[in-house]
Ligand binder design. Structure first.
Ligand code: CA
Length: 222
């Protein structure tokens, strides 16, 4: 199991991150300010740090500088609303391993977390690169999608939505879950975009594959 330290002071984002990471098998601990983040990161109890730049106490830049200054090797992914290129460059030069700009999709962050953990701790190629269920085959490395032996073109969003179902075959996925996984935390929860995209997937991947679970969401038939 991989242990993630989240240094973030905004409760809404903390909840979003913890929910998503736990659903994907990670354990999470939260540091609410920069001092706590440094103390906890030094404890050797974690495999990765997700670091918000706008932290109270000591900001994320200082946290990054102090940790790397102490020779701390923990993989660090910076999370921030600042999207200017110079900040990205500064973050990476300061010793961060990666950079995710708010607002972000959970799947994007998850992909980066997995990548960093694989790079740093696990033997290469250990993670499953091909997902399949219900006669759908998804290659995460080549982004190729097949139904049986037929190649299918999916948009980026359709691909992520399909991936989400293939990671939970047979399981009922609520609209809210799918929204937060595929569209990110700042999407309007009243939106019918999930239903619209399920319609696209039914057309492309087969009308009987996605079962509507009334009042809740959808399930990939297995
Ligand atoms: Ca903040």
């Amino acid at each position: 199991m991989n242990r993630i330290l989240i240094a973030e002071d905004e409760p809404r984002i903390v909840t979003f991150l913890e929910k998503g990471l736990r659903a994907n098998g990670f354990t999470t601990t939260v540091a609410k300010d920069g001092h706590e983040a440094i103390l906890m990161a030094n404890s050797e109890d974690f495999d990765l740090l997700i670091l918000d730049l706008g932290l109270p106490g000591k900001d994320g830049w200082i946290v990054l500088e102090e940790l790397r200054g102490q020779g701390e090797q923990l993989p660090i992914i910076i999370l921030t609303a600042r999207d200017e290129v110079r900040d990205k460059v500064a973050g990476l030069e300061g010793g961060a391993d990666d950079y995710v700009t708010k607002p972000f999709r959970f799947e994007e962050l998850l992909a980066r977390v997995r990548l960093r953990l694989r790079d740093n701790r696990l033997p290469k190629g250990k993670e499953e690169m091909v997902l399949s269920a219900s006669n759908i085959i998804l290659n995460l490395r080549t982004r190729q999608v097949q139904v049986g032996d037929r190649l299918i073109e999916l948009s980026a969003r359709e691909f992520i939505l399909t991936e989400t179902f293939l990671r939970h075959p047979g399981q009922v996925m609520s609209r809210e879950q799918l929204l937060s996984h595929v569209w990110g935390y700042d999407y309007d929860p009243g939106s019918n975009i999930v239903d619209v995209y399920i319609g696209y997937l039914r057309k492309k991947l087969g009308g009987n594959k996605f079962e509507t679970v009334r009042g809740i969401g959808y399930r990939l038939r297995t």
